[in-house]
Design a protein. Structure first.
Lengths: 159, 82
């Protein structure tokens, strides 16, 4: 390729055809500029692809947190249900002193409950990332609102 | 309305609770349940607190399922094969 350009240059210069040489020079400049633009575009595309992949990893890990929390709540929510119904029974029909001693689940119903903390370590990671496109910007806002709302709501009731 | 803060206060100010918590001595609870209005009041409070917490956790669980679906949908469109 370079040899072809060199040959063209050598052919045009001795012939003293300045206008044609100028046209050729402009063409060569245009080719270089196009080459640079293509390289920049490829670099940009590659960076964007890497950012997307990195963002996808964060989303996958948040998904993991959500699935874990969902599973843990499926385990502990029935216990809440049970405690509420036992306490209701204690209030409406107080057990006898003997029943309290014989059945420690009466006391356990109001002495504690399964601690639950929202898993949001990966959400903290999301805060350090910049959205890669409009769709991910919307999703990031959605995730942020979700954690903000529920952390406050659950936190207020437990601590 | 906070569970941990209130129970910490009860432990300090209601001897029947610390007796039952620490020594697992439930003999006084029956008397309190029948005759002590404060005891019944605290249990009522606890039931309400627990019901509200359960509702908040249930809402979190339901909405986390919805959000998980949205994230999955994004991953399917943005990064095929992720």
């Amino acid at each position: 390729m370079l040899r072809i350009f060199r040959q063209m240059r050598q052919k045009l210069l001795p012939e003293n055809r300045f206008s044609k040489y100028l046209l050729y020079a402009l063409g060569e400049i245009a080719l270089v500029v196009i080459g640079i633009l293509i390289a920049l575009q490829v670099n940009d595309w590659n960076e964007s692809r890497l950012s997307r992949a990195e963002m996808a990893k964060v989303y996958v890990s948040i998904l993991d947190d959500l699935e874990n929390d969902y599973g843990r709540l499926a385990q502990i929510l029935p216990d809440f249900e049970w405690k509420i119904s036992v306490i209701h029974g204690i209030i409406t029909e107080p057990p006898t002193p003997g029943q309290w001693v014989a059945n420690d689940s009466l006391f356990n119903s109001f002495s504690s409950f399964a601690d639950f903390e929202i898993g949001k370590e990966r959400f903290e990671l999301l805060k350090t990332k910049v959205a890669v496109d409009e769709q991910s910007r919307v999703l990031n806002n959605r995730i942020t609102d979700f954690y903000k709302k529920h952390s406050t709501d659950i936190g207020v009731r437990t601590y | 309305m906070s569970y941990h803060r209130n129970v910490a206060y009860w432990e300090e100010h209601e001897p029947w609770l610390s007796l039952a918590l620490v020594d697992r001595d439930f003999s006084k609870l029956g008397q309190h349940a029948e005759n002590n209005p404060i005891f019944r009041n605290k249990l009522s409070w606890y039931r309400i607190m627990l019901s509200r917490l359960k509702a908040a956790l249930l809402a979190y669980q339901t909405e986390s399922g919805v959000l998980a679906d949205e994230i999955r949908a994004y991953l399917r469109t943005a990064e095929p094969g992720t």
